[in-house]
Design a protein around this ligand. Structure first.
Ligand SMILES: Nc1ncnc2c1ncn2[C@@H]1O[C@H](COP(=O)(O)OP(=O)(O)OP(=O)(O)O)[C@@H](O)[C@H]1O
Length: 222
């Protein structure tokens, strides 16, 4: 079983804005090992979402290498990226990206369907931990922001991914719900060896993670 889940080697990313090249990530060398939990902090616009998007394959680096589960992604075609996302990756997006025509259960079951897996006792446990049991038949667009965020977290974890990328996963939750989600992520990391990379502006949430990375001027400071 590979221990290096994510490796970035000399990765840079720039965007062109008004004709100007804007380097958001500058020659990054990073490694995320199996079961590690990392809080990613940084000012607004420092590139935190860009880093998550690169690891998820939603953006591509301008230079450098991205190696996922010991496989260099430079040669990956769309189907290989889809396979990685369906099987190994869970993502909690800042805007949740829930499937609004569907109810809570079908949203959470979506990654299972992509992997042809049944709803399992693990899903019941997840739903229970996130306080979603009584909401399973509700349509997600009728839920509050905090409830939608918990559905997004459950959906990202239903298929037991090797890697969870979470962009402000507790931004809409109160302090006690937020602490429960942090405890859930810590348990997942230690019991299931899920690697967690979580963007947060909350120092309290960051304190639950083993490592803290601060992104500034395109570089990571630990
Ligand atoms: N697709 C894009 N095209 C052009 N510029 C982009 C694109 N995506 C991001 N940027 C720019 O890259 C910089 C980093 O954006 P990013 O969203 O990664 O920051 P962030 O640290 O996640 O910010 P926040 O905390 O506000 O979510 C910003 O200046 C942003 O405008």
């Amino acid at each position: 079983m590979t221990e290096q889940i994510v490796q970035l080697k000399g990765v840079s990313k720039e965007f062109i804005d008004g004709g100007q090249h804007h380097r958001v990530l500058d020659n990054l060398d990073l490694t995320l090992s199996r079961g590690e939990t990392i809080a990613l902090t940084g000012a607004s616009g420092s590139g935190k979402s860009t880093l998550l998007n690169l690891i998820a394959g939603f953006e591509y680096p301008n230079s450098g290498e991205l190696i996922l589960l010991d496989d260099n992604t430079a040669a990956w075609k769309d189907h290989r990226w889809s396979q990685f996302r369906h099987q190994q990756l869970g993502v909690v997006f800042q805007q949740f990206n829930l499937l609004t025509p569907l109810n809570v259960r079908d949203n959470i079951a979506f990654p299972l369907r992509m992997n042809r897996k049944p709803w399992s006792p693990w899903c019941d446990n997840l739903v229970d931990c996130l306080g979603l049991t009584s909401l399973l038949n509700r349509h997600v667009d009728a839920l509050s922001g905090g409830q939608q965020q918990r559905v997004a977290i459950a959906r990202a974890l239903a298929h037991q991914p090797a890697l969870l990328l979470a962009d402000e996963p507790t931004g809409n939750l109160d302090q006690s719900a937020s602490q429960e989600v942090m405890s859930l992520l810590k348990t997942l990391a230690s019991e299931q060896q899920t690697t967690v990379l979580m963007v947060t502006h909350s120092l309290e949430c960051a304190s639950f993670m083993e490592r803290r990375w601060h992104l500034e001027l395109g570089r990571i400071h630990e």
